[in-house]
Design a protein around this ligand. Sequence first.
Ligand code: MN
Length: 257
Amino acid sequence: MGVLEDLLSGVHAGRIELVDLTATLSERTPIIQLPEPFVNTPGFALEELSRYDDRGPAWYWNTIHTGEHVGTHFDAPVHWVTGRDGLDVAEIPLGHLIAPAVVVDMSAEVVADPDFLLEVAHLEAWQDEHGPLPDGGWLLYRTGWDARSDDAEAFLNADESGPHTPGMSVECARWLAEEAPIIGVGVETVGTDAGAAHSFDPPFPCHALLLGAGKYGLTQLQQLARLPATGSVLIAAPLPIAGGSGSPARVLALIPA
Ligand code: MN
């Protein structure tokens, strides 16, 4: 058999499992909330054009309204000022949209501390157990935060001191940007940075350092618990918005059954 027949028979015979890592898009999809004076993104909304009625008797269709950074979405390098000369979302090489992925699971630590930060030492310990991070692949950072994704208040988890959601330290972001062979980081939270990252130096280090290094972000992923630590293949499909800084994306994982 050819390789593509092998792939299809693997999927259809159940030797390869498909896992949808994408959050459903609706008006309830949580969106990031920036403080004054910054402009916020609109959320997702449908506007009906016709539904088998006098506006279009045989057809149903909608206009979609959405920010680029809504729901499960892809951050292109040009999203951040440090990556302003980098790729926009339509320019991402196709070979980066299907790539190996590994999962580092810090969900137990995050239960104890919603402001938990991933450190280089955690990744070194992970590598001692599982081997090197994938060359040309994704680091998927599991925090258990996807359990909150149907409840915007719990998902954003903000109080008077700001949002409390897990992320990574400045040093960890620098190491992933400069030392690790990965193409990007995927997270379960509303953005790739910690809720408190506005106060870090530099602020929002995952954005500043990874996008500045030409790497990518994926946010609001779900079901990472179903993935093995190593050995899955990630398909990320952002819309090719010309000049766009990012896009809602369908993100699928292929895993060995
Ligand atoms: Mn984003």
